[in-house]
Design a protein around this ligand. Structure first.
Ligand SMILES: Cc1ncc(COP(=O)(O)O)c(C=O)c1O
Length: 433
């Protein structure tokens, strides 16, 4: 009897313990689920009418219409759709999910140098530069912008006006990037004004020189040419990446602009960054962006951080894998396109291109050839004075030399478009005699 009572009591105690353990386990599971949803955005996100179906992808955005053998082929802008193939190969690796309740505050990092820079984005940018070796990051302030286009304007604002209060002259050697004059003069600012070709304009001491290297449109490697005492320069390094040019030094200029548009191909994310040496200049640039757009999209920064992480991980965590190396992928594609274009130009008898440049690349650790993002194509055919119009009549849209401060017998052609567009373009060029 006593033994039965004892064993009965034990059974009750045991059942109670199991009950408590089960309840603790259930609570822990609930807590884990809550934390996961709260901080990692997991769990249900009701799509169609509360069906509970998880929605992690968005409808594809259309972009430019596809090119067919008979359609117009538009290679005017440097729309970097060449990279689409690489990111498809990466599958879900660069996917992020941002729940509706995240990234709502204006602020990213109130304790940091710039309140709207996402720390995760800054970390990946610095990591990427250390990996590639194209720019010094230690001792530099990092700012983010809505494309490097916004940072360019922020830099003009920060470096102006001249000491005597006069507008700063903004110059760049021709052929210069066609957006420089239009963006500089767009608002008719009293702080700065476009003054043209740095080789022919005497801008004195009140000048800001835009140094684009490799240069858009002709791919040339550039150093500042003006000799102003104030020595104000903005280095536009949109294309200083290994797929376009050998990396010959870690750049350490006062203001250096970069963009994901041409580094990874994510032009639609609209994200650029600036490395700025001087704190006061960096603060003024920050002020410009604060007044212009009250910061920069956090969603874009989180996405870009993930994309740059995938690029760095590809090299640092699985360097022997051949598929997930972005710069190698893009370098191969560009080199192949350039070799096909050069072959067509060589047999045409009426076209020419700038000479091929090669150097030792510190990133590739070998001598490599440059593969500029644009072909700067000159036409020598008699009677063709306006090459852009000549090509337009043949359904090829390009950008003519006058927009870059030079003559009309040369055009800029994007090398960054889809395979379809490039192939149709090449076929049409090959047929011109
Ligand atoms: C030399 C150069 N700088 C800046 C930009 C603008 O880049 P983002 O897309 O970051 O505004 C471009 C775009 O074509 C460019 O060619």
């Amino acid at each position: 009897m006593v033994a039965r009572e004892r064993s009965g009591g034990m059974a009750v105690r045991c059942a109670r313990r199991i009950g408590v353990a089960a309840s603790v386990a259930a609570n822990l599971a609930f807590l884990a689920m809550y934390i996961h949803r709260r901080y990692f955005g997991g769990g249900r996100s009701d799509g169609g009418g509360g069906s509970g179906k998880e929605i992690t992808t968005v409808e594809p955005s259309k972009g430019k219409p596809p090119v067919t053998p008979d359609s117009v082929v538009n290679l005017d802008q440097g729309d970097p759709t060449l990279y689409d193939e690489f990111w498809r190969l990466m599958g879900g690796r660069a996917t992020i999910t941002i729940p509706g309740w995240q990234t709502m505050s204006y602020f990213s990092d109130l304790g940091g140098f710039c309140w709207f820079v996402e720390p995760g984005f800054e970390r990946q940018v610095r990591r990427l530069h250390r990996l590639v070796g194209n720019a010094i990051v230690d001792g530099y302030h990092l700012l983010v912008g809505t494309g490097s286009t916004q940072l360019f304007q922020a830099a003009l604002f920060a470096l102006s006006p001249a000491e005597d209060g006069e507008p700063m002259s903004v110059v760049s050697p021709a052929p210069y990037y066609s957006s420089y004059p239009s963006v500089t003069n767009f608002l008719n600012s009293g702080l700065y004004r476009w003054d043209g070709d740095a080789n022919t304009t005497f801008a004195g001491d009140t000048c800001i020189e835009l140094v684009c290297s490799p240069n858009n449109p002709d791919g040339g490697i550039r150093k500042a040419v003006t000799k102003s005492k104030s020595g104000k320069t903005i280095h536009d390094f949109a294309y200083y990446w290994p797929q376009y040019t050998p990396i010959t030094e870690a750049a350490d200029h006062d203001i250096m602009l970069f963009t994901v548009s041409k580094c990874t191909g994510h032009a639609g994310t609209r994200l650029g960054w600036a490395l700025v040496k001087d704190m006061e200049v960096a603060q003024k640039m920050t002020k410009f962006i604060e007044l212009n757009t009250i910061g920069v999209s956090k969603d874009s920064q989180l996405r870009a951080a993930k994309i740059l992480k995938v690029v760095c991980d590809g090299y640092e965590l699985s360097p022997t894998s051949k598929v997930n190396l972005l710069f190698h992928f893009a370098q191969r594609k560009m080199a192949e396109r350039w070799s096909r274009l050069r072959a067509v130009v060589a047999t045409s008898g009426i076209f020419s291109l700038p000479d091929k440049l090669s150097s030792y690349c510190m990133f590739a650790k070998e001598v490599v050839s440059a593969n500029p993002p644009f072909a700067w194509l000159r036409c020598h055919k008699d009677g063709v004075e306006d090459f852009e119009s000549f090509l337009r009549e043949r359904k090829i849209i390009t950008r003519g030399g006058s927009k870059f401060g030079v003559d009309e017998r040369v055009v800029r052609i994007s090398m960054l478009d889809t395979d379809e567009a490039f192939n149709v373009f090449l076929g049409r060029i090959a047929s011109l005699k």
